[in-house]
Design a protein around this ligand. Structure first.
Ligand code: GYE
Length: 304
C-alpha cells in the first residue's frame, strides 16, 4: 500500500496488506503465544506487511503507536487494548483517516461501535464463571476463604473474570476475603500473594486471573512452607504450558482455557475488511477447561 494513502481510497492496491498492530506488552506466557500467533500468520507469504509494537502495558504507548500507524497510512490497524476506556479520540482519528480498526483479545468500552470493524476474542465473563462454578462444585459446604489475584486494573479480562467468578460463587459458602491486582505477571502475583499470606491465617483457595500470577502464588506459598494445590487450592485462567504443567504436578487444581491463537482469525477479518466485505462485529473464541486428568492428556500436544 502507498504510505500516506488514506480516505475512502485506502486499501491494498499493491496486493499487500500493511497492518499496524499494537500489542499490550510481554506480561505473560499467554501474551507470548498471542504475539507468536500474530507474527507467524501475518507474514509476507500470506500477503501482509506487519508493523508490530509492544506498549509495555501502557495506554499512552498504544495511543502513540496507533497515531503513528495513522500517519504512516497503513491499510488496517489492529490492537489489543490494555484497558477498556479512553479510546474514543484516537479511534475517531483512525476513522477520519479512513483506516479500519480491528480489536483482538480485549474489548474497548465505547458507546460508538462504528469506531471498529470487529472484536475477536474470548468471553471473559464466561471464563470467570467456569472457574467459579468448578470451585462451588468442589468446595461448597467447606466454608472456603478465597483470595483473588486480579489482572491489570481496568483491563477487560480483569473486570469480566472478577464479575463472572463472583456471580458463580454467589449463594455458596465460598467467600472472597481479599482481592488485589497482580497485573497479570508472575513477579507481581508472587508479591501480592506474600502480602495475603502475611495478612490472613486461613486462606483455602487462590483464584488468579491468569496462569502466570498463579505460578507466582505457588512460589509464595512454597516459600511460606505450605503445599500449593493441597494446603491452598489454586484455580487459574489461560492454560498455557507452564500452567498446565503445574496442574499435572498437582500444584494448580483447575484451569479455564483462554485461547491466544488469534492470528488466523485476525488475518481473515483484515483481508475481508480491506476487500470491503462484511465482517462479523463480534467473533467469540471458544475455551475449554482442564482438571488434572484432562491436563495430562492435553499437555503433550499443546501448542502454547
Ligand atoms: O489472560 C493474560 C494476559 O488479555 C486474555 O492477558 C488476555 C490476558 C491473559 O496477560 O495472561
Amino acid at each position: 500500500a502507498e504510505p500516506g494513502g488514506s480516505g475512502e481510497n485506502a486499501g491494498a492496491d499493491d496486493g499487500v496488506i500493511t497492518l499496524g498492530f499494537s500489542q499490550v506488552g510481554a506480561e505473560s506466557g499467554w501474551r507470548a503465544a498471542n504475539t507468536k500467533s500474530i507474527q507467524d500468520t501475518l507474514t509476507e507469504d500470506n500477503g501482509f506487511e506487519l508493523k508490530f509494537s509492544d506498549a509495555q502495558q501502557k495506554q499512552e504507548n498504544q495511543i502513540q503507536a496507533i497515531r503513528s500507524y495513522i500517519t504512516q497510512g497503513v491499510d488496517v490497524i489492529a490492537f489489543s487494548p490494555v484497558v477498556e476506556t479512553g479510546w474514543d479520540a484516537v479511534l475517531q482519528e483512525a476513522k477520519s483517516a479512513g483506516i479500519p480498526v480491528i480489536l483482538t483479545d480485549r474489548a474497548v468500552d465505547s458507546s460508538d461501535d462504528t469506531l471498529y470493524e470487529s472484536f475477536i476474542g474470548s468471553d471473559f465473563v464466561k471464563e470467570g464463571e467456569m472457574a467459579g462454578e468448578w470451585v462451588v462444585e468442589q468446595y461448597d459446604g467447606e466454608g472456603y476463604q478465597a483470595v483473588e489475584l486480579q489482572g491489570t486494573t481496568g483491563a477487560a479480562p480483569a473486570i469480566d473474570r472478577k464479575e463472572g467468578f463472583a456471580s458463580a460463587i454467589e449463594g455458596s459458602d465460598v467467600e472472597i476475603i481479599d482481592s488485589q491486582t497482580g497485573n497479570f505477571t508472575r513477579a507481581e502475583g508472587k508479591t501480592v500473594m506474600e502480602g495475603f499470606l502475611n495478612k490472613h491465617d486461613d486462606i483455602d483457595l487462590v483464584f488468579a486471573h491468569n496462569d502466570d500470577m498463579g505460578l507466582g502464588a505457588i512460589e509464595a506459598i512454597e516459600a511460606a512452607g505450605m503445599k500449593p494445590g493441597e494446603d491452598i487450592k489454586i484455580v487459574t485462567i489461560d492454560a498455557v504450558k507452564d500452567g498446565m504443567q503445574a496442574l499435572v504436578d498437582g500444584k494448580i487444581n483447575y484451569i479455564v482455557e483462554c485461547n491466544p491463537l488469534l492470528g488466523p482469525d485476525l488475518a481473515e477479518v483484515a483481508q475481508k475488511v480491506v476487500a470491503g466485505e462484511e465482517v462479523e462485529k463480534r467473533i467469540v473464541v471458544k475455551d475449554e477447561a482442564f482438571d488434572q486428568a484432562a491436563a495430562e492428556e492435553a499437555l503433550p500436544t499443546r501448542e502454547y
